[in-house]
Design a protein around this ligand. Structure first.
Ligand SMILES: [Zn+2]
Length: 128
């Protein structure tokens, strides 16, 4: 496990996330992820730290309103958010990680479009 850094485009939102150097991320086909091209690196809250930008984050919610989509209100980039599959953790946008620490990125598809079928319990697998 190492510390990766990342953030939004304008730089106001910055975070640190503890994850392996070789990460496995998910590409979801649901209505919002497919439009933004989001790549999920989902971690427990204890492995995520917001370094700056709490004051510029805007929350967007829809449907079940479990997920809290957090956008930078200045540049519009969603660098991380609270996902419906794991509201006890954070989903970091792997596309918003800074260069230099990720040795390998494996992208696994996730069928979020068919949520009830993919997540029969209503949630993703527990985070370690
Ligand atoms: Zn920004």
């Amino acid at each position: 496990m190492i510390t990766h850094t990342g953030g939004c485009h304008c730089g106001r939102v910055a975070f640190e996330v503890i994850a392996p150097a070789r990460v496995t991320v998910t590409e979801c086909n649901c209505s919002i992820c497919s439009k933004s091209g989001y790549l999920h690196l989902i971690v427990p809250r204890s492995r995520f730290k917001l370094v700056s930008g709490a004051d510029v984050l805007t929350t967007y919610q829809f449907n079940t309103r479990v997920a809290k989509h957090l956008f930078c209100s200045v540049c519009g980039v969603k660098a991380f958010y609270i996902p419906r599959s794991h509201p006890e953790g954070y989903s970091v946008n792997a596309r918003c990680l800074n260069e230099g620490t990720v040795e390998q990125m494996t992208i696994v598809p996730s069928d979020g479009k068919n949520w009830e079928k993919t997540y029969a319990t209503g949630r993703g697998k527990p985070l370690d």
